[in-house]
Structures are given as C-alpha cells and as structure tokens.
Write a protein that binds this ligand. Structure first.
Ligand code: MG
Length: 349
C-alpha cells in the first residue's frame, strides 16, 4: 500500500501504541522497523514456532467485533505454544485488508495488543497487503531443550485430563448463528453467551507446568473428540471418556442435553489443554502456583479408538466428529463458520 495509508504508517499508527510499549520483550534485540526481527533465545532453549490464519466468513463473521478478531488471532496461536509447554517470545502479524477501515483497525489492534500486553508477547514484525480480509499471526516461543510437550507419548493407563470447561465457544457460535439468521443487528462483543467464542484464553501457565509431568498434550481447538483423536493417533493408543464427569461450560446449562453433549464433545475453539498424565503424577498444579481447574475425564487405553461411556460404563452412541477445515463443503461457504460447530456430532442417549 502506498500513500498516507502505507504499510509502514498503518503498522506504526496502530501497533506502535502505548499498549505495545508495555510489553517488555526481554529477548527482543530488534523489533518492528528493520528488515527482520532479532530475538535472543535463553541458553539451552529451543525455538518453538506456530502460525494460524483467520479468514473473514470462514473463521469469523463479517460483522464479528474487530477487537475479538485481534484477540482471538493471537490467543489461538498462544494456545498452540501452551500445548507445547513453551513460553512466548514474540509475534508477527500479517493483515490482508480489502480497504483501510480505521475504525476496524483501531478496534482490532486494541484487542490484539491488550492480549499481547497481558501475556507479555511483543509484536516484533508486521505486514499489510490488500485483499479479502484475513489475519495471519505467527508466534515464536521457547522451551528448554528436549522438554517440549508433544502429541505423542500417551500410554495405556495414563489419566486423560482436561483444563477448564468445554462447549462454551460452540454454544456462543450457535447463539451467534441463530441471532444472525434472525437478522437482529450487529454482534455484541460483550454478550455473555459469546464470552468463550469471542475472548478465548490460552492456558500458557498450565502448559509450562506440564513439562516433565504430562506425557502428551494437545489444545482443544477442533473439539474434544477430534483433538483426542489426534493425540491418540500420535501416541498409538485409544481412550475412554467418562461422559458424566466431562466439565461443561456453565453456558450449556441453558442448552438441551443432546446439544450440550454435542457442543462439549464436538465443538471447537475452547482452547483448553487436554493431556495424558501418568497414574503416579500429582494433579495438584496449585502446589506449583497454577490456579486452573483440572478434571480427569477418562483414561488412555490399549485398544485403538475413542469410546464415550455413561455412568454405568456403557458406551454412548456418538459419531466421531470434529472440525476439519477441508472435511466438508460447509467450510467453503463464504458465510460458514465451520469452527466449533456443535452440530458436528450426532449425540443420542
Ligand atoms: Mg493446536
């Protein structure tokens, strides 16, 4: 972009703000402004890198609150660092904009930078280009060499543990989809029903504490069944989920049981951590200064596949499902929001 709204001006105007300055970025030798950033790794650490792209109409609604888009673009990436047990070192932001919309940019940068500041993640590089609205964030982090948490490593007999509660983002998406279908105005960023959908949090502290404790970790971005499936596939084992103890987001108290189950098992974007904990490893993360709810929701098994059982131990009939960007035609519809769809799972009693 050239002229007064040139790439440099946009980045400087919206991302060189006081909020950005509050981020310490201790390892940053050179940030925004040169050809590339320079980051120092602490001794004995490995670089961890992850990228994620959000496209308007596919990952967020055309009237999605811009501050939430900024927050979520960074939060989803930080969640991947959390799942690796890594600490964030910096982020790079690539913005594709159909036009220069100053109100959108101001809100977007506020959402992005507020989380960057809270999580102490300096923005070390940025790029803007013209095209259909899309936001791509790359996060860089570090982890002590050899201690990164991976999807592979779970063993039969390990406890299956999840942080927080599930299904809240899917519930919010369902409400937003219905609200839009009813044509009742623009999205409200502060709607309680959309708290988890709009303002997800990455479990960075828990991830760090799981180093040398958990055997395998993944973040729940595509849905419990889908992500547990990834973890089991990488680990070469199966798992049993005890449905009655799965922690449901309080929002789901308003939903019919079948919908609540579909949201908790198949809904994505909750960004909780799911991990394999050896039977002799303490669950008491509070002892390590981390205050996060943890629930044992089942066990890893020798037998491949995932079974969901009721209170009597009887298997429930749930279709294995979760979000896959290329799985169905749904993802290609311009108005579709394929992530976190509670309707992905057919759940029956
Ligand atoms: Mg992930």
């Amino acid at each position: 972009m050239a002229g007064p709204d040139s790439e440099f001006d946009l980045i400087r105007r919206y991302f060189d703000a006081p909020a950005a300055a509050r981020v310490s970025g201790a390892g940053v030798r050179l940030g925004v402004g040169d050809d590339a950033a320079l980051l120092a790794l602490r001794e004995g650490h490995e670089l961890v890198a992850s990228v994620d792209t959000l496209v308007e109409g596919t990952h967020f609604f055309p009237d999605h609150p811009a501050a939430s888009v900024g927050h979520k673009a960074l939060a989803s990436n930080l969640s991947d660092l959390a799942a690796m047990g890594a600490e964030p070192s910096g982020a790079l932001l690539s913005l594709t904009l159909p036009r220069v919309d100053h109100a959108w940019l101001a809100a977007f940068s506020q959402g992005f930078l507020a989380l960057a500041s809270a999580a102490d993640v300096p923005l070390v590089g940025g790029d803007t280009t013209r095209g259909p609205l899309a936001v791509s964030v790359t996060v860089l982090g570090q982890v002590p060499a050899g201690q990164a948490l991976r999807r592979a490593g779970a063993r039969p007999g390990d406890r299956l543990v999840v942080t927080g509660a599930l299904g809240g983002a899917a519930f919010g998406l369902e409400q937003e989809t219905r609200r839009r279908a009813a044509g009742t105005g623009a999205a409200n960023a502060d709607a309680p029903a959309c708290e988890r959908l709009f303002w997800p949090n990455a479990r960075l502290e828990v991830g760090r504490m799981l180093r040398n404790r958990a055997r395998a970790v993944i973040d729940v971005s595509d849905g419990l069944l889908a992500d547990l499936g990834h973890l089991c596939a990488a680990s070469g084992c199966g798992a049993r989920i005890d449905w009655p103890v799965v922690p449901l987001d309080p929002l789901l108290a308003q939903a019919p049981p079948a919908e609540a189950r579909a949201a908790a098992l198949g809904g994505g974007e909750d960004y909780e951590l799911l991990f394999a904990l050896p039977a002799d490893e303490s669950l008491d993360l509070l002892a390590f200064g981390v205050d996060a709810p943890l629930t044992v929701i089942g066990e890893f098994t020798e037998t491949a596949g995932i079974v969901v059982v009721d209170a009597a131990g009887q298997p429930l009939d749930v279709a294995r499902a979760g979000h896959d960007h290329f799985a169905g035609a749904e993802a290609n519809k311009p108005e579709a929001m394929p992530t976190g769809q509670g309707t992905d799972v057919e759940a029956r009693d």
